[in-house]
Design a protein around this ligand. Structure first.
Ligand code: NAP
Length: 284
């Protein structure tokens, strides 16, 4: 599979397999199936409650550790110096790995600075090969990178045809940050899989809407994270390296942008309230 380079020279496979909302029971098989289909990049998080199952899936696949790129993310409740370090060690134990390839701060809330210092230390100690953030605006990421030793290498944000984040992606890429797209299909919201513009473009190339979306992201220099529990779709979502969308088709897709999240806006006060509630609920 094609790959991209992070700022520290680490290679990251150009498409990742996401395991959000796959139950812990189904995750091991999904990960083993994804690896069998050709994925070499797996994206999980402490808050998905399936890190142990991801580890089981990796072992079941028989793949050599060095051939895989594994990402996980620190959950807000584990933010702060000391707490983040303990949570990194716990994630490694659950995954059954000596190191992860990429560790991200999952959300731009709570004690981001304290957590970042723990991520930097874990990076220095070789427990993680690269560090980054998720759901940060470019300004918040730039702040974190400017006043600390390590500049975030990745920002994982929502990018799909209805929420393209063009200016933010450009700002991040200009600063050498690799942008990963979560919910590249918007989880199917707003009729994405039957969108007439995307369907028509797909028909020209003999590709599905999902493949058109992934190809559009790849051509923007973005690393998409696609989730599926179906082996056939897993394969389909990797079969995106044998065609190229024309400039005209890229423009047609650009015209689909609605400029607003299909899920939540991280700059809204209500989102902070929601995250705080989630933390409190999970503590119970
Ligand atoms: P997504 O990948 O946009 O959409 C997944 C949905 O699309 C599933 O319902 C899946 O169905 C369907 N699908 C996948 N491939 C398809 C195809 N070829 N044809 C038709 N339907 C298809 O949504 P997501 O899981 O929310 O996002 C992807 C990954 O991004 C996550 O798994 C996670 O790793 C990451 N993520 C990160 C954050 C964050 O805050 N950092 C937030 C959300 C997600 P089936 O499974 O039934 O095939």
């Amino acid at each position: 599979m094609e790959s991209r380079k992070l700022a520290n020279g680490t290679s990251i496979p150009a498409v990742g397999f996401g395991v959000f909302q796959i139950s812990a029971d189904a995750t091991a098989q999904a990960v083993a199936d994804a690896i069998a289909a050709g994925y070499r990049h797996i994206d999980t998080a402490q808050s998905y409650f399936n890190e142990a199952a991801v580890g089981e899936g990796i072992r079941r696949s028989g793949i050599a550790r060095e051939d895989l790129f594994v990402t996980t993310k620190v959950w807000i409740d584990n933010y702060g110096e000391g707490s983040t370090r303990a949570s990194i060690e716990e994630s490694l134990a659950k995954l059954g790995l000596d190191y992860v390839d990429l560790f991200l701060l999952h959300q731009p809330f709570n004690d981001v600075y304290g957590s970042w210092r723990d991520l930097e230390k874990a990076y220095e100690d070789g427990l993680v090969r690269a560090i980054g953030v998720s759901n940060f605006t470019p300004a918040r990421l730039h702040d974190l990178g400017s006043f600390n030793a390590v500049y975030p290498m990745v920002n994982q944000i929502e990018v799909n045809p209805f929420h393209q984040q063009t200016e933010r992606v450009a700002q991040l890429q200009e600063h050498g940050v690799v942008v990963e797209a979560w919910a590249p299909f918007g989880e199917g919201r707003s009729g994405l899989f039957t969108n007439p513009v995307l369907s028509e473009i797909g028909a020209q190339y003999g590709k599905s809407v999902a493949q058109v979306v992934l190809r559009w992201l790849i051509q923007r220099g973005i690393v998409p994270l696609a989730k599926s529990v179906h082996a056939e779709r897993m394969q389909q979502n990797l079969d995106v390296f044998d065609f190229e969308l024309s400039a005209q088709d890229m423009e047609k897709i650009a015209s689909l942008d609605e400029g607003s999240s299909l899920f939540f806006k991280h700059e809204d006060l209500g989102t902070v309230d929601y995250m705080k509630q989630l933390v409190e609920q999970r503590r119970k």
